[in-house]
Design a protein around this ligand. Sequence first.
Ligand code: 6R9
Length: 661
Amino acid sequence: MSAIESVLVENRVFPPPAAAVQGARISGMEAYNALCDEAGKDFNGFWARLARENVVWNKPFTRTLDESNAPFYKWFDDGELNASANCLDKHIGTPTENKTAIIFEADDGAVTSITYKELLARVGQFANALKAQGIQKGDRVIIYMPMTVEGVIAMQACARIGATHSVVFGGFSAKALNERIIDAGAVAVITANFQMRGGKELPLKAIVDDGIAMGGCTTLRSVLVFMRTPTACAMVAGRDKTFDEALQGQSSDCAPVPVGAEHPLFILYTSGSTGKPKGVQHATGGYLLWAKLTMDWTFDIKPADVFWCTADIGWITGHTYVAYGPLAAGATQLIFEGVPTWPHAGRFWQMIEKHQVTVFYTAPTAIRSLIKAAETDEKVHPKNWNLSSLRILGSVGEPINPEAWMWYHRNVGGERCPIVDTFWQTETGGHVITPLPGATPLVPGSCTLPLPGIMAAIVDETGKDIPNGSGGMLVIKRPWPSMIRTIWGDPERFKKSYFPEEMGGTIYLAGDGAVRSEDRGYFRITGRIDDVLNVSGHRLGTMEIESALVSKTDLVAEAAVVGRPDDLTGEAVCAFVVLKRSRPTGEEAKQIANELRNWVAKEIGPIAKPKDIRFGDNLPKTRSGKIMRRLLRSIAKGEAITQDTSTLENPAILEQLAEKL
Ligand code: 6R9
């Protein structure tokens, strides 16, 4: 049975435990249905009410949703606010001001913590340092930082002065960084000398230097460097400053700059179906509303909670559920710098016990790797730690297979914690389809139902609804406040990528396939329907990897990249390559494959390295010259070829391409 079939016959149901229902913000399905009804009856009134209740406005909005230039929707657009004030200043003068905002556990296990009041002072001082660099409202700032309190401070400080940040994940290459600096027209890069991962000191600043040296960064004026470790790094006079130098003499008082609700809070690059990453642009008001509200709804966050989202700030999950949501909700959160398997694969469980974590949010790929570790080594099994503080578990980034779900439920949640399998995307800004811990009966492997106000549906190519039980394309039929506003600098691509003409041009196409169950109407995500892969929860474009491979012009003539299922990473990258020289075999083939892997790591980042590389004299193509990717996907999976191959010029290449190195 295939993974999708096994998911379709899943019939275990886990109703929310009484303890989770009692006192929950959305308590029971009646409460959920009431909110959905409210949104259905008065869509604008529903969102206006929530925006008034959950966001502090400097200037109240009078217009809720402006659809006059769809799909360029505007929300609350005559209102003014500041995102950082909504995360920090609003807690001052309340009991939250002296509450711990962040507990930070470093790679080496060292723990520090900071209260809301202290965090506000640090953000204020850093914001003043940014202003002293000449950075102003509307400027773009690249953040290339490790998981540290300073990373969150940098993001909040940008928001405070109205600068638009663009965080680049610390695993991306110099080339990727260079492209993002140029595309965003960034005036500054905020980075660290090194990052610590698994006891190793890995360079960041040196990669920034390499990225800038590649040229074209004409807008860039300054680089600010957090000295994460005592090891020195090269500094360019007049351009680079350490944090200490930049913060010297700066006051911790910095008035937040009110911005219009539609002001771009951040740009976050993500992979699409072409070679060029998309700069997903988010607005301030709607995004902040959703970050705060989903903390309340999905995680039912309470004053005594200790929230832990393991995502890096380089991804959208680390934006919404590390840098903004927990602070807007006034929660205490844990931030972790290291890796889950170092110094041992029980690190997560140990940290949950140590910090008394109550709400834990991680990715299926991490769960699967920790299951594997626990199965091979009893000592790192979660049973060795007391996890009784936990009350809610979350999953994000990719479909969670029912086996992993059951293990997580039993061994981490002690069969008492609801698991919220949150479906969302960089483009949606926050959760869109997810169970509610105090309401939704859970079915393993299903993200269940849309949040109130999210008009999700499954349709065919023309936008027509598909009945429950049949698969189709996931869409969201009405706009929502935290949705992507545009692709930075490319509004045409925004329209083309997300709002297909065939569906009328105003319906958001998620890019995922999905099916609703016949009994409950629950959604199950069946995977991407475009050329985007999901490897360990990270989005990678097949075209991006293909472009990287063919850019090795001395060696590669042609390349095609597809995904194949992988037990641990969800999907794995499989590259089919035609070289400019004769097809290599044996040891030589292995050596060239390694060379190509390292090349891809240099061009994009280590996460994009192909797991399999196969060499052929040619690629399978149709008569019109199109690469038959479907065929390549079958070969990558090791399946027998059932497709019609009569149009192939040279069927013998299929055997070549099936050959593993
Ligand atoms: C938040 C995030 C988005 C893509 C998305 C889908 C997959 C995310 C999922 C899920 C099944 C879930 N995805 N959550 N698939 N169940 N609970 O991951 O954003 O990096 O943009 O990836 O991830 O394929 O389209 P992003």
